[in-house]
Design a protein around this ligand. Structure first.
Ligand SMILES: [Fe+2]
Length: 386
């Protein structure tokens, strides 16, 4: 089978969805490569459309031209994140080394370290019964290659990666690039070996000279995108707007958000809960509340539940039965991401709904430990362990 190729027109980025079509599971295990944050809804719809359970959200490198949705997919779809170990993406659950395999059902993806565009960049190899596919990120593009003039790039390393790793693959291996700016979708190793304008028939010296003369402009989003991508695309660094009727001593205020009333700091949510102005709804799973801790007095209505982190089909019914419409409703999850779709849904049902930033545990730190940088528990707000 072929991968499903998805395109983000704003950044000309290709995202790939691969799955085990022979899986006996009701939801077939899947992997997504280089997902884009603006396309989260499209990708979640694709998972539903094809009946897939996302197992891995994988990056080829820390991108400079768009922000990943890997962290969001972990929260919304229950995927684990995987990234090349040399890319500084410390939030990824699996730090990939050359040769590592990522299993999804009976299929697997093999990581190939292909430095040059960035020093950590990887390509991924997928062997299917019908043939072999390689996902090259920005290492090898159709008729071209990624730039090497920033982000630890090296023309020499790129030359070696392309000629000694990728061009060693069988000629009929299908090449799936990370971008294309002319509408081309795929190529083969044989075609690129003989026709790639940047590298076919060129010596290392010719290639490095060519790469040194490109004089490309700086990518539009590099200053924003690289730091965001090094935390799997999850950011809580936005400047929040002040609202007149809120306590100015609070560090953060409600920020107007799309599709719900706003994002609020844990402290403000606690204040609204204590004063009776609002009802706190904890959307984590039963297991999370049990193991990690809970907020006394909060209403527990899971957004997703184990097994499989499937959406709770009774969410609407439980919310309407347990929260009066004349109260604000503030949603709490683990890190302030899963609570966003819950707040959106509650708004559709007619509630004044808020998402609590940072959630119960806060964002993971550089060692992927939670509870050490922000969140309800870290702020010293009321909570208990069962
Ligand atoms: Fe890139």
């Amino acid at each position: 089978m072929k991968p499903i190729q998805l395109f983000d027109a704003a950044s000309s980025t290709y995202t790939y969805l691969l799955f085990d079509e022979n899986s006996p599971e009701r939801l077939r295990p899947a992997v997504i490569i280089d997902p884009v944050d603006e396309q989260l809804e499209r990708d979640l719809a694709a998972l539903r459309h094809y009946g897939l359970q996302l197992v891995w959200a994988v990056e080829t490198h820390a991108h400079a031209d768009h922000i990943t949705s890997a962290g969001l997919l972990a929260e919304h779809a229950g995927a684990k994140t995987a990234a090349p170990s040399g890319c500084g993406i410390h939030t990824a659950a699996m730090q990939l080394q050359h040769g590592d395999a990522l299993a999804f059902g009976g299929e697997s993806l093999t990581a190939l370290h292909t430095p040059g565009h960035t020093s950590g960049s990887m390509s991924f190899l997928w062997n299917t019964r019908e043939g072999q596919h390689v996902f090259t990120g920005d290492t090898l593009l159709i008729g071209g290659c990624g730039r090497t003039d920033f982000q630890s790039g090296s023309a020499e390393a790129l030359y070696n990666s392309i000629t000694q790793v990728l061009f060693e693959l069988p000629d009929d291996t299908i090449v799936w690039p990370g971008h294309d700016y002319q509408g081309k979708t795929d190529s083969t190793i044989g075609t690129e070996k003989s026709q790639n304008l940047r590298i076919a028939g060129k010596s290392l010296e010719e290639f490095t000279q060519l790469m040194g003369q490109l004089n490309l402009p700086k990518p539009n989003r590099i200053d924003e995108a690289v730091p965001a991508n090094q935390s799997s695309g999850i950011r809580h660094d936005m400047v929040l707007e002040a609202d007149d009727d809120m306590d100015p001593s609070l560090p953060m205020h409600a920020r107007h958000a799309e599709g719900y009333a706003g994002d609020i700091a844990p402290r403000l949510a606690n204040q609204w809960g204590q004063s009776g102005a609002g009802v706190l709804v904890d959307v984590r799973t039963d297991a999370e509340r049990e193991w990690v801790g809970f907020v006394p007095g909060a209403v527990a209505i899971a957004w997703k539940q184990w097994p499989g982190m499937a959406l709770n089909p009774a969410f609407d019914e439980q919310l309407l039965a347990r929260v009066p419409k004349d109260k604000k409703v503030m949603f709490l999850c683990r890190s302030g991401v899963r609570s966003i779709p819950a707040a959106k849904r509650a708004s559709e049902l007619g509630f004044e709904a808020y998402n609590i930033l940072e959630g119960f545990e806060g964002d993971p730190d550089e060692n992927a430990h939670r509870g050490v940088c922000g969140g309800w528990r870290f702020m010293g707000l009321p909570w208990r362990q069962s």
